[in-house]
Design a protein around this ligand. Structure first.
Ligand code: NDP
Length: 254
């Protein structure tokens, strides 16, 4: 098996994801956009889930223009989406695509950078809903589609403050700690009943809008672009990670 501290150097072959159907949340921007484009380039049919239809359409068009497998667009706001919508997606994936091989829970929001004593309660709820509860709801609803294929892979997106928290990271850090708990529980439960593997991935500092919001004074190009951190994402979505389960992984060298 691959050394899991070295997956940022993983070298994917061009057809790694051929014939695989993969849902990516927050696929219209940042890391999710880069993952959607790269997965499609390696042969996957990508299901682009997000809340801003213009951004999703731009990714859709880019994939189509490059001649990769035709993607699917799903406009959903994870703050307000309900279980009926998630279950309908599960049914459509089974009926129209024959099942699901991968789920990248990537969408997220930062919330406020403030001491907890001053943190707005409504924002706290919103961050927990988008970064945690919706990941639980969506993943739970998609389990039948994931179970209907061989060796499906679920990835939850963590953060360094989901492993060791720091002052002022508020609900965001709490949501990422909880994502690790969700990942571990699901990984342990599913290992008893099926071949779905479940892991978490910390992208590390990456040049995106969220990073700009968290570190407004930072020089953006000191961090890699999302396109530069995709090796670990490919590793986790392809068959070379079969047997890797319940792991907290990093997309960049620590
Ligand atoms: P961006 O802000 O660039 O992108 C976030 C994505 O999530 C966007 O596509 C956004 O859609 C989507 N999104 C936000 N809210 C919702 C919602 N309510 N419903 C559906 N989609 C939504 O962030 P990053 O690409 O940087 O972050 C991706 C993941 O990586 C997050 O989970 C983040 O916590 C994590 N991460 C990022 C790090 C970094 O340095 N960039 C470091 C550690 C972790 P829209 O554009 O339409 O709002």
């Amino acid at each position: 098996m691959q050394d899991l501290t070295d997956i940022h150097n993983y070298n994917a072959n061009n057809t790694l994801l051929a014939g695989r159907n993969i849902v990516i949340t927050g696929a219209g921007d940042g890391i999710g956009r880069a993952a959607a484009l790269r997965f499609a380039q390696h042969g996957a049919t990508v299901i682009l889930l997000g809340k801003t239809v213009d951004k999703l359409a731009a990714v859709y068009d880019e994939i189509e223009a490059a001649g990769h497998p035709q993607p699917v667009m799903v406009e959903l706001d994870l703050h307000t989406a309900n279980n009926a919508e998630f279950e309908a997606l599960n049914r459509e994936i089974i009926d129209n695509l024959g099942g699901l091989h991968g789920l990248l829970n990537n969408a997220g929001i930062l919330g406020e950078m403030k001491p907890l004593s001053q943190y707005d309660a409504e924002t706290f709820d919103q961050v927990i809903k988008v970064n945690l509860t919706s990941c639980f709801n969506l993943t739970q609803a998609l389990i039948p589609a994931l179970e209907s294929t061989e060796n499906a892979s679920i990835v939850f997106t963590s953060s360094s403050v989901g492993r060791k928290s720091r002052a002022y990271w508020g609900a965001y850090a709490v949501s990422k700690f909880a994502i690790e708990g969700l990942m571990q529980t699901w990984a342990d439960e599913l290992s008893d009943t099926c071949n779905i593997r479940v892991n978490s991935l910390n992208p590390g500092a990456t040049q995106t809008n969220m990073r700009k919001q968290a570190f407004p004074g930072e020089t953006p190009h000191n961090n890699p672009a999302p396109e530069a951190i995709m090796n670990s994402y490919l590793f986790l979505m392809g068959n070379d990670s079969i047997g890797v389960n319940g792991q907290q992984l990093n997309a960049q060298k620590k």
